[in-house]
Design a protein around this ligand. Sequence first.
Ligand code: GLY
Length: 336
Amino acid sequence: MLVIFLIPSFLFPLGDASLPLVINTWPFKDATAAAWNTLQSGGSVLDAVEKGCAQCEIDQCDGTVGYGGSPDETGETTLDAMIMNGDTIEVGAVANLRRIKNAIGVARAVMERSEHTFLAGESASVFAENMGFIAEDLTTDKSLNIFAEWLKGNCQPNYRKNVIPDPSKHCGPYKPITTLQQDNRTSHINIHSHDTIGMIAIDQAGHVAAATSTNGLRHKVPGRVGDSPIIGAGAYADSSAGAAAATGDGDVMMRFLPSYLAVEQMRAGADPTTACKMAISRIKRHYSEFFGAIICANTTGHYGAACNKAPSLSTFHYMVADSASDTPLLKSVNCF
Ligand code: GLY
């Protein structure tokens, strides 16, 4: 059985520095343990982040990773994932993946079994089937129930705009209105409707990898892709600087490439906490109430996190395992 201890990160402004290191968003401790055990048994950092994210896909972490969560407007669950090798800057990503539960495995297959970086939609699923991934229905009783409740509630929350009938009151089908109205974007996103596993692993020799997996946004417009599979948005890894992984309102966050920004800040000498804060601040300037957080780690094993103080997020929890602890530790950071 895993024992976890909660340690406020303000006690360690730079974080502990110890390699190897696994760090991931949210209190998904079994994912941390899966990644850590992979490293301890001789697996590579890519193996570690793949196994960690795959564990969350199996566990359906918080209902927001893996099958059976976040049904779209038609009730279907689709998955986004990416994996990045910080040594070679190779990336594999999938978006809007249908029928396949192991999205992070497919992302790795894109990286290792094609010359491409990113596959999306039905064709990504066909690629996965051809690579031996099993096609399964991603729907569960829970996702059917979430979908049924949404229909019963006049399709609220709803992400359409500038269409008729009024999407804040009615279900579709929708048609565009001729005059665009001002965008008064209200966030429907909170910790329950929305999060992602983002994970970083760094080994003793300083090899860095990062990965993400999510089922995206509950009641999304079919075809919607979030930040998680977008390189530099959901995650970024460069073994000459460090890695970062983000979670939150991907429609907003992907516009700022926060993971890339944080890694570049660390390359320029910022400590991980400062780099994370700079990435959050950049978004905050335009979207003061966005829901989001980011984790950062540099190649010496220092790490940090930051989050935007929003109505539904005041403290962000994340997990760390390193050789100093040898067991997943729950960490927290106060949002600013
Ligand atoms: N951050 C996950 C998403 O927006 O899909």
